[in-house]
Design a protein around this ligand. Structure first.
Ligand SMILES: [Zn+2]
Ligand SMILES: [Zn+2]
Length: 261
């Protein structure tokens, strides 16, 4: 398992969990790594590489050439990220896109061609449909670039949950977007959950029912978050989060816990 980090940007805390009186000072005291200067948090952009005997699977692709929602504090180009990890794009057999927001799907293509030329790309059809218009705002840039994948027969729009590769499965977890998926990796009794955008801040682990400004259908997202975090807690799964500055941890009785605790 490798983490590909394209960079991070500080995002304002006061826009995160509208309607909730969050004690950010207390949150910062418990999870200092998650926060930036002043009233901001560190929004990191991670993708994950999973290697198995049957090949390599990439979960999300970062922003690619697209701009982040706020100016980067630190960033690297997608090519530099892959080179730094010693990853040849031709090695990737499957690309699972948790959803089609640009910070997850923007790196799928390079100069109009698939960045991962030997991969099969997996997208839930509800997201493929949603991002064609995004509630009437026009097609997203990431999706537009990915149309070429259809012509090349490299895009799977299978709606079903199940394994994409041995031990690497997708679970429909809608709300953040209609076709949002999380990924569960099972390896010799050890389970790993890659949340996609079920989470942005550790406070959501303690309070999965708090509505998030990032979610297209916030109530539905709460249901997905509650269900998967309960499974992760009961099964003692390792959890990997796309936007956490320290992406790995677990779900304890009182909230997010660092690895090994
Ligand atoms: Zn998202
Ligand atoms: Zn995201």
């Amino acid at each position: 398992m490798e983490v590909l980090c394209q960079g991070w940007a500080p995002l304002p805390l006061d826009e995160e969990l509208p309607g909730h009186d969050v004690d950010w000072g207390a949150e910062r005291a418990v999870h200092p790594w998650a926060f930036g200067d002043g009233a901001t948090w560190q929004w990191h952009v991670h993708a994950f590489v999973l290697r198995s005997p049957s090949g390599a699977v990439l979960v999300d692709t970062g922003l690619g050439p697209f701009d982040p929602g706020a100016p980067w504090a630190e960033s690297r180009t997608p090519d530099d990220v892959l080179a730094a990890e010693g990853l040849d794009p031709a090695e990737i057999d499957h690309v699972i896109l948790t959803h089609l927001h640009t910070d997850h799907a923007g790196g799928s293509m390079r100069d109009g061609k698939p960045r991962f030329p030997n991969a099969r790309y997996h997208v839930h059809p509800a997201d493929w449909e949603h991002f064609e218009t995004r509630d009437g705002r026009g097609e997203s840039g990431a999706r537009h670039a990915m149309r070429r994948l259809l012509d090349l027969d490299m895009l799977s729009l299978d709606p079903d949950d199940g394994d994409v590769a041995p031990g690497i499965g997708v679970i429909h977890s809608p709300g953040h977007t209609p076709g949002h998926r999380s990924v569960v990796v099972s390896d010799e009794g050890q389970d790993l959950l890659l949340t996609g955008d079920l989470l942005h801040l550790p406070a959501q682990v303690t309070h999965p029912d708090w509505l998030s400004s990032h979610d297209q259908d916030a109530e539905r997202a709460c249901g997905s978050r509650r269900a998967l975090l309960a499974q992760a807690r009961d099964g003692k799964w390792t959890v990997g989060v796309s936007h956490f500055a320290r992406p790995f941890g677990g779900v304890g009785a009182s909230g997010w816990e660092p690895p090994g605790s």
